[in-house]
Design a protein. Structure first.
Length: 125
């Protein structure tokens, strides 16, 4: 039970840092440089991916024994699946609601984080 609490705690910390990188990059590009939301979200994801993988690998799931050769492609698949869900939620939100990009992105990131944790824990690492 202690190991599970530690894993979840680190997942939240690492996830928050990676989410902050993703969010800050995407919102800055969209707001200050008028990059379209879809593209700013992709760039934010790409900037956050190394933070996420390395942090989860070394802290959240440090007790796992999978090699980088096994874990990296699996985590990339999980991250891409999560990003596709994120992007879909954001773009649908922009199309069907009057909510601003920054709030839709924050909501989508929270929703997707739960699935990412479960897939990372039970499959990627």
């Amino acid at each position: 039970m202690q190991t599970l609490k530690r894993s979840i705690s680190w997942f939240l910390v690492v996830g928050a840092i990676a989410a902050l990188v993703h969010y800050a990059m995407a919102v800055t590009l969209e707001g200050m440089y008028s990059v379209r939301p879809a593209w700013s979200n992709i760039i934010g994801f790409c900037a956050a991916f190394p933070v996420s993988y390395l942090g989860h690998r070394h802290f959240s799931f440090s007790g796992q024994s999978s090699s980088h050769q096994q874990a990296l492609p699996r985590f990339l698949a999980v991250a891409i699946l999560g990003f596709l869900a994120n992007q879909t939620l954001v773009l649908l939100g922009l199309h069907f609601t009057a909510l601003p990009f920054w709030s839709l992105l924050a909501l989508a990131m929270i929703v997707v984080a739960i699935g990412t944790y479960l897939l990372s824990k039970h499959w990627a690492f």
